[in-house]
Design a protein around this ligand. Structure first.
Ligand SMILES: [Zn+2]
Length: 321
């Protein structure tokens, strides 16, 4: 719609995690002109984290101006429950936020239009518009790490939900008799198939023979090397993920499922058996393409930039289909 070659506009983008903040200045065409990383240091408490977010965003806007660029908006992605309409970080265990009106605080401090988003939805937005789901219209992005969360993106917009809590695919019930989830209920997908759950399950079954704690990546390696116990644990996780994704497909009928988060780094060790298990579960539903995320841990920050651009009505030709 816009974006001439001489465009000097940039947005300030921050992806705030429990341990670190990924920050960038991004042009309307999606090109990143500066990146920074800062520690979140959430143990300092929510007020200090908030102060750092505003300082870092203000600092990036100043650096843009010093380089002759024009900051036009700010996008901030945070974890937890995020009310994107009101711009409120409703609840985030990782950074200690409870009902923080982050958008208005940023507007007051920075004097720029600001969009507040959810980290996984922002990552899904970026994968759908700029990454592995580009050009396919209907995308389910599933981030598998310590937990499991998803973003359903249709034509470049991620569904937020009535209460800011859409996409909690990790809490689909897949094993009623399974391990208790962090949410309190037994058998949620993320209690069975998150990276953390896979490590726990392996340790549980290995019992006294366990040496050191084993990560999900090591379980994948050991399974590939033919260790029966690792193979069993890995396959259990694959089956549970396939159950969760089949539910997702029944609800959303997407063209592409993009898998991100730490577990997706297992690559074909994850994708190949998961495609087969998902295929088995499809009856009349159309099978989605299952692909690995393309943007790595930059996705949330790029998604925050897209939210900022959307907030000021700038959507570049680069992502048109
Ligand atoms: Zn749960």
């Amino acid at each position: 719609m816009s974006a001439a070659v001489s465009d000097d506009r940039v947005v300030v983008a921050l992806d705030v995690g429990g341990t670190g903040m990924k920050c960038a200045l991004v042009r309307p065409d999606g090109v990143v002109v500066r990146t920074e990383r800062h520690p979140t240091d959430a143990a300092r408490g929510p007020a200090a984290v908030l102060g750092t977010i505003l300082d870092v965003a203000g600092g990036l806007a100043d650096k843009a101006r010093a380089d002759g660029l024009t900051p036009i908006a700010v996008g901030i992605a945070v974890p937890g429950v995020v009310d994107e309409v009101r711009g409120v970080a409703v609840w985030s265990a990782n950074v200690g936020f409870r009902d923080v009106p982050l958008r208005d605080l940023a507007v007051q401090r920075l004097g720029l239009p600001t969009a507040l988003g959810h980290d996984v939805r922002a990552g899904g937005l970026a994968e759908a518009r700029l990454g592995a789901g580009r050009g396919t219209g209907h995308v389910l992005f599933v981030a598998i790490g310590t937990g499991i969360a998803a973003a359903h993106v249709v034509d470049g917009t991620a569904a937020v939900g009535a209460h800011g809590a859409a996409g909690e695919i990790g809490h689909i019930l897949v094993r009623p008799d399974g391990p208790r989830c962090g949410c309190g209920r037994p058998g949620c997908l993320e209690a069975v198939a998150s990276a953390a759950a896979i490590g726990r399950r392996y340790a549980e079954l290995a019992g006294d023979t366990a040496d050191a704690p084993v990560t999900a990546a090591e379980v994948a390696d050991r399974a590939a090397a033919g260790e029966p116990l690792a193979g069993q644990v890995w396959q259990e996780a694959i089956e549970a993920l396939a159950d969760g994704l089949a539910s997702g497909q029944a609800l959303f009928d997407v063209a592409t499922v993009v898998l991100g988060g730490g577990l997706a780094q297992a690559g074909d060790r994850l994708l190949t058996p998961l495609r087969a298990a998902l295929h088995e579960r499809m009856t009349f539903h159309r099978e989605p393409q299952l692909v690995a995320a393309a943007l790595g841990d930059e996705a949330g920050c790029l998604g925050a930039a897209l939210l900022a651009l959307d907030a000021v009505g700038v959507r570049d030709h680069q992502e048109k289909r």
